[in-house]
Design a protein around this ligand. Structure first.
Ligand code: NAD
Length: 366
């Protein structure tokens, strides 16, 4: 694996490294970790890889690695959003598969271009919508698909955070509030998009209309930091999506509740090893990671005996394990890719536009 981004002090680069290497199918061996050559070498040292494989930029990495017998086989794109398209495009056009962090790109136009390039290149492209890698999220999805809740009626998905409630300080925060670097969406693009993807993934149902109310609550902020979006799904289900980065005290409180004619289910990412199932007969079951009733998808994603908590890193590693399978010729199955990327970018784009125009219910089109 060659990485773009993930330099000293970055958040998600080290997470990708740990997740990619957990199953020892993948090894990080090179990177253009920073726009600064010295910091890229510094990152190489901290990742314990050869210092001269910490390159000054992606072009240099692609050229140098191509000359090596043991050169990189794919590229992980973990830079801020504005750089996803240029990096992914360069890697794909150099004949390398790409695994990219969300959101797919900074704008909808860029997402369309990236999808075009990936299809032309006929190279695998995966997106790390992390929460789809949790075993119990997959279990919920499978049970809902098998009809456990009957006709679906309502989904409530929320992603509250509080870390941008004040001035955006520090590297992670700065680019996220800058439209040049983050893209058209602030909170909606950063975490609202996770909630959107999770709602479609768990229910197996697509959103077809949105009614957004996005606000920039912190004075002077140019992008949204607090979002409420009403959703309408194919088949008639209604939904509510809440995403906020100004809810003081909240950390990563992603939560999804799904209700059908025959019951309800609820899962929380801060307690990811179980979900609650309210049944039509009035009883409630707690479905746990260790339960004998778990299906094949969840069992395959569970690494250790129940009661030993698995979490964010393992969910991330599950996506990398699926990606390694794709590189070896297996089907992508539930691994998010171009379709999920385009849909989630359409969600951000439609919410931002409809909100600016106060357009009310607006169709979600790719
Ligand atoms: N899947 C998830 O759960 C999740 C979580 C956090 C972040 N993300 C996504 O990951 C990406 C990075 O977020 P972060 O929080 O790690 O940001 P960050 O600011 O912590 O790190 C970004 C890194 O990219 C480097 N960089 C910037 N431009 C570059 C370029 N042109 N070439 C090489 N390196 C470059 C910076 O030097 C820095 O090291 C964003 O797209 C974000 O949306 C996803």
């Amino acid at each position: 694996m060659g990485m773009v981004g993930g330099g000293p002090g970055s958040f998600i680069g080290p997470v990708h490294r740990i997740a990619a290497e957990l199953d020892r199918e993948i090894e990080l061996v090179a990177g253009a970790f920073s726009t600064d050559a010295g910091r890229s070498r510094e990152a190489a040292r901290s990742y314990r890889i050869e210092e001269d494989r910490g390159y000054a930029d992606l072009a240099q990495m692609l050229a140098a690695e191509k000359q090596r017998d043991d050169g990189i086989d794919f590229v992980a794109v973990v830079t801020p959003n504005h750089n996803h398209l240029p990096s992914a495009r360069a890697a794909l056009q150099a004949g390398l598969p790409v695994i990219c962090d969300k959101p797919m790109t900074a704008t909808m136009a860029q997402a369309r271009e990236l999808a075009y390039v990936a299809r032309e290149a006929q190279m695998p492209f995966a997106l790390t919508f992390t929460y789809t890698g949790y075993p119990l999220v997959r279990e919920m999805r499978d049970r809902i698909a098998a009809g456990a809740l009957g006709q679906l009626r309502k989904v409530v998905v929320e992603y509250p955070q509080g870390w941008l409630a004040g001035e955006a300080e520090g590297k992670q925060a700065e680019w996220r509030v800058d439209p040049e670097l983050a893209g058209a969406g602030g909170c909606i693009g950063d975490i609202g998009v996770h909630a959107f993807n999770l709602a479609e993934f768990v229910t197996g149902t697509r959103v077809n209309q949105v009614m957004p109310d996005l606000a920039a609550v912190v004075p002077g902020r140019r992008l949204d930091d607090d979002c409420t979006v009403l959703l309408r799904f194919d088949g008639g289900m209604r939904g509510v999506l809440l995403a906020s980065q100004i809810e003081l005290g909240e950390l990563n409180g992603l939560r999804i509740r799904v209700y059908g004619a025959d019951g309800g289910m609820a899962w929380r990412q801060e307690e990811p090893n179980s979900f609650i199932w309210h049944k039509a007969d009035g009883t409630t079951e707690i479905v746990r990671a260790a339960d004998a009733s778990l299906g094949a998808a969840a069992t395959a994603m569970t690494r250790i005996p129940g009661g030993h908590p698995e979490g964010y890193l393992e969910a991330f590693a599950n996506l990398y394990r699926d990606f390694a399978g794709v590189l070896r010729g297996k089907a992508a199955n539930m691994l998010p890719g171009l379709d999920e990327g385009l849909r989630s970018m359409a969600f951000i784009d439609t919410c931002v536009r409809a909100n600016a125009e106060d357009a009310g219910w607006t169709e979600l089109k790719i």
